[in-house]
Design a protein around this ligand. Sequence first.
Ligand SMILES: NC(=O)C1=CN([C@@H]2O[C@H](COP(=O)(O)OP(=O)(O)OC[C@H]3O[C@@H](n4cnc5c(N)ncnc54)[C@H](O)[C@@H]3O)[C@@H](O)[C@H]2O)C=CC1
Ligand SMILES: O=CC(=O)O
Length: 323
Amino acid sequence: MFKIFVTSKISDSALNILKSVGEVEVWEKEETLNGPALLEKIKDQDAVLSMVNNFITDDILQQASKLKVIGNCGVGYNNIDIASAEKRGIVVTNTPDVLNDATADLTWALILGMARRIVEADHFVREGKFTGWLPHLFIGNMVYGKKLGIIGMGRIGSAVCQRAKGFNMKVYYYNRNPLPKEKEQEYNARYVDLETLLKECDYITIHAPLNEESYHLIGREELHLMKKDAYLINTSRGPLIDEQALYEHLKEGKIAGAALDVYEHEPKIVEGLLALDNVILLPHIGSATYETRTKMAELAANNIANVLSGKEPITPVTKGLKI
Ligand SMILES: NC(=O)C1=CN([C@@H]2O[C@H](COP(=O)(O)OP(=O)(O)OC[C@H]3O[C@@H](n4cnc5c(N)ncnc54)[C@H](O)[C@@H]3O)[C@@H](O)[C@H]2O)C=CC1
Ligand SMILES: O=CC(=O)O
């Protein structure tokens, strides 16, 4: 009987998939498993269904000698040492596509929330400060007809782009490679270099994965290029932005605002950000809808079930089956 460890509570439908191929143990506590505690739990397992905040390092993989497959419940897999897994013949899978719409919707919630000062205005009402309509109360910025900049035009970036049509926006994008011309036409988006995007766009949203090239893609110099009335939105991974530099730009009013779902040293946040009004801070909930989280868990479970029963994984990140 295969032993499968799940690092967080998941849907019953996903658990049932796992139970069809092995004996399942679930970590039920809220506390995130990492380091020695994570190793202790997975060292004798054949499979792990992990979350994006379980850091599966080379050290852990070296000691988890029975491990055959890691089904990461997330599309990003920067929490796993992929080279180490590949070297050891451990299959790693992720959950692409099923979360595109949920993450794109949340990105739009942040764009609109920031532009129209939704969080600030909500606090104002709850604090009993609303005494009647005023012409200057919570003036924000237009989204309709403005220029959107998308950094990372992959699955989620494209879903964000499609939604921009309803807002009649001009879209610029920056990606590792330009899209084919037909796609650019379909999305009504123009490929530009990063500098042009930063200098010209009103709303800049990041959808690239975290890798060696993308670390601090938006640093002090890049922030400096942004317009004073522009907004930065990040629902990808925190380390793509130099968070301290972002804080300084926001505090000094060098850019209009930012909306973040992810942080450089998650779950820690650069302290000063918490005191600023021109930033919206969310607790990494990009894909957090009932439907999406169920689909993600089921896909991760099906990936594990496939590998343990000798079939091809559905959405592999690595290649090479151990069994
Ligand atoms: N906040 C949240 O809860 C969520 C966060 N994410 C994050 O979003 C990321 C993107 O997901 P997908 O769209 O599925 O990925 P994807 O792989 O479909 O798209 C990423 C795009 O970024 C481009 N890219 C890669 N490195 C780049 C660089 N250095 N500069 C510019 N472009 C670069 C790629 O060419 C690709 O087009 C994930 O890796 C994950 O980290 C995804 C889902 C939910
Ligand atoms: O952060 C979430 C993911 O799916 O990646």
